[in-house]
Design a binder for this molecule. Structure first.
Ligand SMILES: *Cc1c(COP(=O)(O)O)cnc(C)c1O
Length: 360
């Protein structure tokens, strides 16, 4: 058996939608992008959606729209994908890392508060693996200290706390990379409830102009194509069912896996299981377990094998080598992710359960 960690699905409707766009002659951003922005924002209960070329440019546009730049600090977790930090560096600001909760792997608001300085401009929790970060606490923290609240929602389409979706607390960046819970091939989107931030995002995405050839700020070309948006419109229709499938697969694994620590889902939080991430018990060699499972055809992966602040690029930037984030370090050494995608068959799920239980 060969079970990949992710299995992006593109059906006949997506193919037809792309052909329609090509036939229409709109080869860049056009009416499909506008339609996709409105639909994705509405699906999450946010006022505005601004589509971008990918999740990384969505994060960069969010930083720029809030005027984050040199001299500013942005508090983020170190236990995430590198783009969470590179967007801060890209605008000339300084990433400041806060530790995570050992059970949910999400940034701990108390740890974030402890590293606030007069230079802190924003806090950006990541909804890691698809579980919302503790947004009510981060919202209160940002109000108390006058900070901008951002969300790295790249892994958390339709994740929610109670009835409220991620993407409605702060300026929130999503990714539609092929392995994410839905795809547009490459693609991203920023959601915001703030009219002025939405206006700035649209300018930054398209050469700094709202009126053609009148450039108010230095902008970029972060545009999404209508082909990508047309795929996204079909995929977001599939997303609610796919999310149920992911949650169903995770619920099954939670009840059957015995040899590893299964994910902790906070009460009232909708975890959308972009990844199903377990921990090996203390003292067990994670590398031996993942090697065996990969040899047995189960595409397990480690997200992420090195905390961001320990990446080579940070080693000459001053101070990061002395940083102590014990929960981040421990999680880095113990986690691995199992296939949880909607395409898993009953037979594959059974095989995964048996093999994981036999592995440590
Ligand atoms: C995927 C991802 C990104 C970047 O998105 P791209 O579309 O690949 O540029 C940013 N942050 C996190 C947490 C991600 O998982």
């Amino acid at each position: 058996m060969q079970i990949p960690i992710a299995k992006p699905f593109v059906g006949a409707e997506e193919k037809e939608a792309v052909v329609q766009v090509l036939t229409s002659g709109t080869l860049t951003s056009g009416p499909k992008v506008v339609e996709f922005e409105k639909a994705f924002a509405a699906q999450h209960g946010a006022k505005h959606g601004v589509a971008t070329s990918n999740g990384t440019t969505a994060l960069m546009a969010a930083m720029m729209a809030h005027g984050i730049g040199p001299g500013d600090e942005v508090i983020i977790p170190s236990f995430s994908f590198f783009a969470t930090a590179s967007c801060v560096l890209s605008v000339g600001a300084r990433p400041v890392f806060a530790d995570i909760y050992p059970d949910t792997f999400n940034m701990n608001p108390a740890a974030a508060e402890a590293v606030i300085t007069p230079r802190t401009k924003a806090i950006m929790p990541v909804h890691l693996y698809g579980q919302p970060a503790e947004m009510p606490a981060f919202e209160a923290l940002c109000q108390k200290h006058g900070l901008v609240l951002l969300e790295d929602s790249a892994q958390a389409h339709l994740a929610a706390i109670g009835e409220r979706h991620v993407g409605t607390w702060g300026t929130a960046s999503f990714s539609f990379y092929p392995t994410k819970n839905m795809t547009t091939t490459e693609g991203g989107m920023v959601l915001t409830n703030d009219d002025e931030i939405a206006r700035k995002l649209r300018m930054i995405r398209a050469q700094g102009m709202n009126t053609q050839y009148y450039h108010e700020v230095v902008g970029y070309n972060f545009r999404m194509t209508d082909m990508a948006a047309a795929i996204g419109l079909v995929q977001m229709g599939r997303l609610p069912q796919w999310t149920c499938d992911r949650v169903g697969n995770a619920t099954l694994f939670n009840s059957k896996l015995e040899s590893v620590r299964t994910p902790v889902n906070r009460d009232g939080y909708t975890h959308v299981y972009h990844q199903y991430t377990v921990r090996v018990p203390d003292g067990v060699d994670r590398e031996a377990v993942t090697k065996r499972l990969n040899e047995r055809g189960i595409g397990v992966r480690v997200y992420y094998p090195l905390p961001i602040h320990r990446q080579p690029v940070f080693q000459n930037m001053g101070g990061y080598d002395k940083l102590d984030l014990p929960e981040t370090e421990k999680a880095t050494a113990q986690v691995f992710s199992l296939p949880v995608h909607p395409a898993l068959t009953d037979e594959e799920k059974q095989y995964i359960i048996e093999e994981v239980n036999a592995s440590c």
